[in-house]
Design a protein around this ligand. Structure first.
Ligand code: 7PJ
Length: 302
């Protein structure tokens, strides 16, 4: 009996409500990353470098990048204008609006893919909703004053992520007694705050925030115990792609971390993570196809 209760507590949530559709999460979904930052560590800021010369070029390039993400099989596309890598400088709201809103509108015009927007700013949240976004991906878990209300005033889904500290200093000396318990406590309290503010539970997903105020050991403890986080009762989103927790183990620059990233994506999928945020969409989609066929074969034989 205890096993049955435990199994139902840890059963992954089956879907997420987006404004215009129900995102079925009984199979793992892939979120493709589209950075529109000059200082993005993984693409060298190529898109925004073009933006500083002539905006139209940037928009064309952003659309081309979005197209390749969609053709590679992404289920969601995550547009981000603020770099949150360790030590990154903050940017102004105006600059963030200028970077992301035209890209959201353009993607919305050309593709049917749900758009997630990597932002913490209430003004960007509101503008992103108007421009046709489906989800807010907030590494600060809607803690900036006005952010909860801004999401609640829309019908957008939201991803609440855990971070210890702030991007500028989060890797200085991260400390936890029990990293999984503390991450879960934080996410649960942010979920409760969001629901109290009027955001329905079926619109919320949660993310442990790999690399955000965590040592290598913390990151791998979370990955190893990821399945426990289903007890939070929300879909789990994870971003491990090309991060230093991969590079520290395999060596290599971010662009050379594909195999390690795929191993981590697969481990997350086996643990029941429902949305995997990645740079290498095609390869991750392929890896997850193999995972799914094996999972279905196991279920058919059971
Ligand atoms: C994450 C993110 C993550 C969510 C970044 C990078 C650093 N959003 N934004 N989860 N990471 N939800 O892409 O490596 O792990 S920025």
């Amino acid at each position: 009996m205890t096993d049955v209760v435990l199994a139902s507590l840890l059963r992954p949530v089956a879907g997420l409500k987006l404004p215009d559709r129900w995102l079925d999460l009984t199979v793992p979904r892939v979120m493709g990353i589209l950075n529109v930052t000059p200082d993005s560590f993984s693409d060298g800021g190529a898109l925004a470098a073009a933006a500083s010369r002539r905006f139209k070029i940037s928009l064309d390039k952003a659309l081309a990048a979005a197209e390749s993400i969609v053709l590679a099989g992404a289920d969601l596309i995550d547009v981000g204008g603020e770099s949150t890598r360790p030590g990154a400088p903050p940017i102004s709201v105006d600059e963030e609006l200028e970077r992301v809103i035209p890209v959201i509108s353009a993607i919305r015009n050309y593709f049917d893919v749900p758009i997630s927007v990597d932002t913490s700013s209430p003004a960007v949240i509101t503008a992103a909703a108007t421009a046709g976004a489906s989800m807010i991906n907030d590494v600060r878990a809607l803690q900036i004053p006005g952010a909860l209300e801004a999401v609640a005033a829309t019908n957008l889904a939201v991803c609440l992520m855990h971070m210890q500290g702030q991007p500028q200093s989060m890797q200085d000396d991260p400390y936890y007694q029990d990293v999984v318990a503390e991450v879960c406590e934080f996410l649960f309290s942010r979920k409760v705050c969001s629901e109290r503010a009027g955001i329905n539970g079926d619109r919320i997903c949660l993310d442990p925030g790999f690399g955000f105020g965590k040592t290598l050991s913390h990151n791998y403890q979370i990955l190893a115990r990821l399945h426990e986080m289903h007890a939070l009762g929300s879909p789990l989103l994870v971003g491990i792609s090309r991060k230093s927790m991969i590079g520290s183990v395999t060596g290599g620059a971010p662009a050379d971390r594909l195999a390690g990233s795929l191993a981590a994506a697969l481990l997350a999928a086996i643990a029941g993570a429902q949305i995997i945020r990645v740079h290498d969409v095609r390869h991750t989609v392929d890896a997850l196809k193999v995972f799914l066929v094996a999972r279905n074969a196991g279920q058919a034989g059971a």
